[in-house]
Design a protein around this ligand. Structure first.
Ligand SMILES: [Zn+2]
Length: 667
């Protein structure tokens, strides 16, 4: 597989939207900004294939020829994420049917039905033709299939394909009826053709609820698999002509509808688009970066970020001076090997004309955004040889599981505000604040690499998951879990015999009831030393079955019953946190677990973000201040060289907001 020798720095480039004299100016400006890479051909299907019979690559030939001549690393997209108008007119089946059952006409993008045989035929054909034409060009550094895959189709083709998918999974209708518990509301299915898709015309209701979670979760699995088949078909078409260029598609962090762990197994390299809003916590952006690294356990590509502002959020703040640079270094720190923007030149029309770009509508290099981009470009040239040799390592794994994400958010009760990503993030945030590196891991990860596994909200425990966690703890690991865990199986049917079902023995507790607190209600947890912390949302009412009580509820009819427990199991421990404590309470519990597990946390008290990438020979420490107040550099870095400034770090040095140091330290 081809390897890149430099940090790719560039982004989406759409010369097809501009006259040729502008292309020449682009080349001059890109060089000036240190840009070495361009992602092209993301939305050009209508131009490449103006009718069913005709293909026309003349403009793309000219673009590729120009970029090759100028020695750019080209990220070549396949253009299949927006349908040509003629195709929708001639074959209406290529468009999607939405949740409300409305079949769409031509319009927007990300609009193809994954199970349309026509879409499958022509998307695969286009990818193959592109690979045949450009696959032997050594400047093509990466294939970018489609763009931001996602969404759900509920059309008749999908319905038919869903039935085939279900037959393969369940074999018999008896098994399917049992899995979906169809005796409830008299939904027994007697013929495969009676199965309908779970949108608003069927069992779906509201924004994201369902009468039958077993059915709807299967539809999520099926939809993710269907779209993945589209990716694989284009990938395989490319591979017929190009055996060695990495193939990716740009993912979207914690995007809900696609099981990215399953997807990543089919991708050569993970890439993603990072668009924090003006109020997104830096810890959440860090978590998403770690999740993208975790998908393959390898460095990833930052395929898109904006150099200044977005256009599609409610409030599209500018990135403040230094903020884009700090965000870029955070991305590298958490495992990216590229920094790419959407986009290089700002469009004149369409709904993204207010989306930021390296070259603004003014068209010159005399802008703040251009100067900041150029500074970063220069720095990345210097850093390339150091960064590309290193990888991230962690002693803590935080479990992220798309099927749990779907399942927990389909549940009707006990609490409408329970959001999967928020809850996972509340644990991640603790480790982030303590500057403890985290790997975001799937349910089938090798747990033995970690001292701590955090698995909050492990609502769906599928076959094999409990034994793997038991083994991890028995051999000395520390497991963090809690409320709404161990409740259901893979079909959303409850594990009978008392919560947390298959985790009951491991946690040493029996949860008898789950109380839900409205946003204006609260309880407290009282630790053994009398310290109190507020708690809310959900309160497990539980009995100790071997576990030790760390904190009890402070009020209500379950006052003095256990709220937080710790159970010895084999050589390890399980912490069970039965409610949502306020931050200080949660941090107190997690501090105890971290110290018990002897997890290294040398910078736990620093308010900088401190992250390490390592090679066999050296460590690269990324120190970033995301806070408004200046923060001191830890003294242990004094005397070492900052790669960015070339200066030696001194005792008493501070970083102001968005300032960055990258410190090299031999091992
Ligand atoms: Zn469809």
């Amino acid at each position: 597989m081809k390897k890149w020798e430099r940090i790719l720095f560039g982004g989406d480039y759409n010369p097809n939207q501009w006259p040729r004299e502008i292309w020449k100016e682009d080349m001059r400006l890109f060089k000036k900004a240190g840009i070495n890479s361009a992602t092209v051909n993301v939305f050009s299907w209508a131009k490449l294939q103006p009718s069913e019979e005709i293909y026309d690559f003349s403009e793309l030939d000219a673009i590729i020829e120009m970029l090759s001549r100028e020695n750019y690393d080209i990220v070549l997209a396949t253009s299949t994420a927006a349908l040509p108008a003629w195709m929708v007119k001639r074959y209406p089946e290529v468009a999607r049917t939405d949740f409300n059952g409305i079949h769409h006409k031509f319009g927007e993008r990300h609009n193809a039905c994954p199970n349309s045989p026509i879409y499958q035929k022509y998307s695969r054909a286009l990818a193959g033709k592109l690979a045949e034409r450009y696959g032997n060009n050594s400047h093509i550094s990466c294939w970018h299939v489609n763009n931001e895959y996602g969404g759900i189709c509920y059309c008749e083709n999908c319905e038919k394909a869903f039935r085939v998918w279900l037959r393969k999974k369940y074999k018999t209708l008896e098994a399917l009826n049992k899995a979906w518990n169809t005796e409830f509301w008299g939904h027994t299915i007697y013929d495969w053709d009676e199965i309908v898709v779970p949108n608003a015309l069927g069992d779906g209701f509201g924004d994201d609820k369902t009468a039958f979670a077993g059915l709807s979760i299967d539809y999520c699995r099926f939809n993710s698999d269907s779209i993945l088949e589209n990716f694989k078909a284009e990938r395989d078409a490319i591979r017929e002509f190009d055996k060695e260029t990495p193939i990716t598609t740009n993912l979207m962090g914690t995007y809900k509808q696609l099981d990215y762990f399953k997807w990543a197994k089919e991708m050569d390299v993970v890439s993603w688009d990072n668009y924090p809003a003006n109020d997104t916590l830096w810890s959440l952006t860090a978590m998403r970066n770690d999740l993208m690294r975790g998908l393959k356990g390898k460095p990833f590509m930052l395929m898109e970020q904006t150099p200044s502002q977005q256009n599609w959020k409610p409030y599209n703040s500018l990135k403040r001076p230094g903020q884009m640079r700090a965000q870029s270094y955070q991305t590298l720190a958490h495992g990216s090997n590229t920094i790419q923007f959407f986009q290089l030149r700002r469009s004149i029309g369409g709904c993204e004309k207010f989306h930021g770009a390296v070259i603004a509508h003014a068209g010159t290099e005399n802008t703040r955004v251009f100067r900041e981009t150029a500074q970063l470009g220069k720095e990345l040239q210097l850093l390339s040889p150091y960064v590309l040799k290193t990888v991230n390592q962690a002693q803590v794994g935080v479990l992220f599981d798309w099927e749990n994400y779907w399942a927990i958010e389909y549940t009707s009760g006990p609490h409408k505000d329970l959001r999967y990503v928020d809850q996972i993030h509340s644990y991640y945030e603790y480790f982030y604040d303590r500057n403890i590196s985290v790997d975001m891991i799937p349910a089938d990860a090798d747990f033995s690499r970690y001292k701590i596994i955090a698995a909050p909200l492990l609502y769906m425990v599928r076959e094999g998951m409990a034994p793997a966690l038991e083994k991890f703890v028995r051999e000395g690991g520390i497991l963090l879990t809690g409320f709404m865990s161990g409740i259901v199986d893979q079909s959303d049917n409850v594990h009978l015999g008392g919560y947390p079902g298959p985790l009951r023995k491991l946690a040493g507790v029996w949860v008898e009831e789950i109380d839900a607190l409205a946003p204006d209600q609260a309880n407290t947890i009282v630790f053994e030393d009398g310290c109190e912390s507020s708690c809310g949302m959900l309160c497990d009412i539980m009995h100790l079955e071997g576990a030790q009580c760390l904190a009890r509820y402070g009020s209500d009819f379950y006052k003095d019953t256990p709220a937080v427990t710790k159970n010895k199991y084999g050589k390890g421990y399980v912490y069970y946190i039965g409610t949502v404590p306020e931050k200080s309470g949660l941090y107190r519990i997690l501090d105890q677990a971290v110290s018990e597990a002897s997890v290294e946390a040398p910078f736990r008290d620093s308010l900088l973000e401190i992250t390490c990438r390592k090679s066999e020979k050296e460590e690269l420490w990324f120190l970033i201040n995301f806070r408004p107040e200046p923060q001191p550099l830890p003294e242990c870095f004094a005397g070492k060289e900052d790669l960015l400034s070339g200066k030696t770090v001194l005792i008493g040095d501070t970083l102001s907001q968005y300032e960055v140091r990258i410190i090299r330290s031999p091992l």
